[in-house]
Design a protein around this ligand. Structure first.
Ligand code: UDX
Ligand code: ADP
Length: 464
C-alpha cells in the first residue's frame, strides 16, 4: 500500500496533481520537491494568491492540505528516501542541441532524476512517469535504476497527466479517465494495483484504465496529437471561411452537433500554444521518422505547419490592414498567456505574433491579467531575435488595459480572458487613434457591437 509519496518537480503538472492527491487522500503523506528554491518558497507562501501556478480553485485545495499531509521542499534526497512511490514530474522540453534538435524530447532531467533515485534509495520503490515522455522511456529509466541502484527493487509505471491548464483542479477531481501502464510481470501488476488504490479514493474504478507501459506512454502523446489536430483542422477552415464569406463559429457549431464529431475543441484561434501540443507532436514526428515511417511523420507534422501558418497570417493581416506599415505605430496586445485562466505562457501565440510585429518595427504594449512583465521579456529574449535592450525599448508591459489601449492604432486579442468581454469598449474607442482597429484572434468579442461603436474589426474565421 502506498502511504508516502514523493513528487520530483513542482511545476504546472506536479504542483496541482499532488495538491489534489493530498487533498483527496488525507492518510497519504505527499512531499513535492524541486531544485528551484524560489518555486518552493512560492508554494509555501502565506498568501495563497501568490502560488507559482495560477489555476482557478487551486488555492483552496492547497490551503486545506498544506502542512497536514502536503509538503513542499527542496530536500529531494530525504523525500526520495522516505517514499514508497515517486512521481517524476520534471520538464521534458524539446531538444535545442545535437541529434533530434528542435524535435526530440530532451530527457536530461528525467535521466538525472532516475540516477538520483537510484543513488539514494535503500528500500523498494514504485517509480512513476508523470511527465509526457517518448514511448519506451520507461525502459531507459528501468535500466538506469537497475544498473546504478543499491540492489533494491524498482517498478516503473507510466501514469500520464491529462489535465489541461486553466481547468486543472476540475480535471483532476473528475478525470474522464486515469491511465496507468505497467509491466506484465506479477511485480508490475502489484505496483499497478497499488497506484489504482490511490486514485480509487475519489475516481470511480471504471474510469481507471490499466495497460502495458508502452500503450500508456504512446496514448498520452497521441491524445494530445488528436486534440491539436482538431484545432489545426478548424484553423485551416477559418482561413477558408474568410475567403468565402462563411463564419467559422457557425461552421463549428454545425459540424460539432454531429455526435460522431462532438462540439469540443472546435474553436478557431490565432493558433494553439502550451507546453504540450507542439512538443508532443514533434516528438511523435521524430519517433515516426526514427522507425522510417515517413508518411506517418509527414501526416502529423502538417498539424504544426498549419499552426505556424495561422500565427504568421494573423500578424501579416495586421500589417496589411494597417496600410502595409506598422513601423512606429502603437499596437496593444491583450493577453499573453497561451489560453485563459493560466499564467503559463509556454509556446503562446502572442509571443510569435509580437515577434513578427516587432520585425516590422511596431511599438507594442502588452496587458495580461496574470502574466508578469518579467515573464513577457523573458519569453521575447528567449526567441533570440533581438537584444533584451531592444525588447525593453520596443515593448511596454502595463497593468491597466485602458492604459494599454490609449493612443493605440490597433488592438489584438491574443488570449480569451473573460474580462476582455466586460470592458467599456466605447471608452477605449474614444481614446484610440482613428481609424481604430481590433484584431480578434480568439473570436471573443461581439463584432456588430464593436462595429456600431466605430471600430474596424477583423475576427478570425469570419468572412465578409
Ligand atoms: C493539453 C491537453 O488538453 C491536456 O489533456 C494535456 O494533459 C496537456 O495538453 P493544455 O495545453 O493545458 O492541455 O491546454 P488545452 O486546453 O488543450 O489548449 C491547448 C491550446 O489549444 C491553447 O492554446 C488553446 O487556446 C488552443 N485551443 C484549444 C484552440 O485554439 N481551440 C480550441 O478549440 C481548443
Ligand atoms: P510541467 O508543466 O511539466 O510541470 P514545469 O517546468 O512547470 O513543467 O515544472 C517542472 C519542474 O521540475 C521545474 O520546477 C524544475 O525546477 C523541476 N526539476 C527539473 N529537474 C529536476 C530535478 N532533477 N530535481 C528536482 N526538480 C527538478
Amino acid at each position: 500500500m502506498i502511504k508516502n509519496i514523493c513528487c520530483i518537480g513542482a511545476g504546472y503538472v506536479g504542483g496541482p496533481t499532488m495538491a489534489v492527491i493530498a487533498n483527496k487522500c488525507p492518510d497519504i503523506k505527499v512531499h513535492v520537491v524541486d531544485l528551484n528554491e524560489q518555486r518552493i518558497a512560492d508554494w509555501n507562501a502565506d498568501d495563497f494568491s501568490k502560488l507559482p501556478v495560477y489555476e482557478p480553485g487551486l488555492d483552496e485545495v492547497v490551503k486545506e492540505a498544506r502542512g497536514r499531509n502536503l509538503f513542499f521542499s527542496t530536500k529531494v534526497d530525504e523525500a526520495i528516501q522516505e517514499a514508497d512511490a515517486i512521481f517524476i514530474s520534471v520538464n521534458t522540453p524539446t531538444k535545442t542541441y545535437g541529434v533530434g534538435k528542435g524535435m526530440a524530447a530532451d530527457l536530461k532531467y528525467i535521466e538525472l532524476c532516475a540516477r538520483q533515485i537510484a543513488s539514494v534509495a535503500t528500500t523498494d520503490k514504485i517509480v512513476i512517469e508523470k511527465s509526457t515522455l517518448p514511448v519506451r522511456t520507461a525502459e531507459a529509466i528501468q535500466n538506469i535504476l537497475k544498473n546504478t541502484g543499491n540492489g533494491v527493487n524498482f517498478e516503473v509505471l507510466s501514469n500520464p497527466e491529462f489535465l489541461a491548464e486553466g481547468t486543472a483542479v476540475n480535471d483532476l477531481m473528475k478525470p474522464d479517465r486515469v491511465l496507468i501502464g505497467g509491466s506484465e510481470t506479477p511485480e508490475g501488476q502489484k505496483a499497478i494495483e497499488a497506484l489504482v488504490a490511490v486514485y480509487a479514493n475519489w475516481v470511480p474504478k471504471e474510469n481507471i484504465l490499466t495497460t502495458n507501459v508502452w500503450s500508456s506512454e504512446l496514448s498520452k502523446l497521441t491524445a494530445n496529437a488528436f486534440l491539436a489536430q482538431r484545432v489545426s483542422s478548424v484553423n485551416a477552415l477559418s482561413e477558408l471561411c474568410e475567403h468565402t464569406g462563411a463564419d467559422i463559429n457557425e461552421v463549428s457549431r454545425a459540424i460539432g452537433t454531429d455526435s460522431r464529431i462532438g462540439p469540443k475543441f472546435l474553436k478557431a484561434s490565432v493558433g494553439f500554444g502550451g507546453s504540450c501540443f507542439q512538443k508532443d507532436i514533434l516528438n511523435l514526428v521524430y519517433i515516426s521518422k526514427s522507425y522510417g515511417l515517413t508518411e506517418v511523420a509527414d501526416y502529423w507534422e502538417q498539424v504544426i505547419i498549419m499552426n505556424d501558418h495561422q500565427k504568421r497570417r494573423f500578424a501579416a493581416n495586421i500589417v496589411k490592414t494597417l496600410y502595409n506599415t506598422v513601423s512606429g505605430k502603437e499596437i496593444s496586445l491583450l493577453g499573453w498567456a497561451f489560453k485563459k485562466d493560466t499564467n503559463d505562457t509556454r509556446e503562446s501565440a502572442a509571443i510569435y505574433v509580437c515577434d513578427e510585429l516587432l520585425n516590422e518595427r511596431a511599438n507594442i504594449r502588452v496587458y495580461d491579467p496574470k502574466v508578469s512583465a518579467s515573464k513577457v521579456y523573458t519569453d521575447l529574449d528567449y526567441l533570440d531575435t533581438r537584444s533584451s535592450e531592444e525588447n525593453e525599448s520596443l515593448v511596454s508591459v502595463v497593468n491597466d488595459p485602458y492604459e494599454s489601449c490609449k493612443g493605440a492604432h490597433a488592438i489584438a486579442i491574443m488570449t480569451e480572458w473573460d474580462e476582455f468581454k466586460t470592458y467599456d469598449w466605447q471608452k477605449i474607442y474614444e481614446q484610440m487613434q482613428k481609424p481604430a482597429f481590433i484584431f480578434d484572434g480568439r473570436n471573443l468579442l461581439d463584432v456588430p457591437k464593436l462595429e456600431a461603436i466605430g471600430f474596424k474589426v477583423y475576427s478570425i474565421g469570419i468572412g465578409k
